[in-house]
Design a protein. Structure first.
Length: 128
């Protein structure tokens, strides 16, 4: 935080607590993969910790609700050598959604993000 200039902006994105907790319960491999998520954050606690460092929270968002069921399926079948057709089909849906951005899946994502977006994003400013 020392490298951010006074008046600078900081964005922190972490996995949402409850969907990540389910992934961790479904698969040990998910939580122990090198480079993966190593901690589950409570967004309220994280916000307080960053504010304790002197930052001011100026906003909050969430994203990737459509990705949550994919990761639950992926974790459920983690130990299998071959991905089941359901996991592959959901992945194709996500790729299609990312590339084509159809109104229906965009609307579903927007509606679900406040409740089950895979990521929580906190926005802060550093006082001048």
């Amino acid at each position: 935080m020392r490298v951010l200039k006074p008046g600078g902006k900081l964005g922190i994105s972490v996995p949402r607590q409850w969907p990540e907790w389910i992934c961790w319960r479904l698969s040990e491999g998910y939580r122990t993969t090198p480079g993966g998520h190593i901690r589950i954050f409570d967004a309220t606690h994280l916000r307080r910790e960053v504010e304790r460092l002197g930052f001011i929270c100026v906003g909050r968002g969430s994203a990737h609700a459509l990705h949550v069921p994919y990761w639950w399926l992926k974790c459920l079948f983690w130990r299998l050598d071959r991905e089941p057709w359901l996991v592959k089909a959901y992945h194709r849906l996500l790729v299609w959604d990312l590339m084509k951005r159809p109104w229906l899946t965009r609307a579903i994502d927007v509606l679900l993000n406040p409740f089950m977006g895979k990521s929580i994003i906190l926005y802060f400013t550093k006082p001048a």
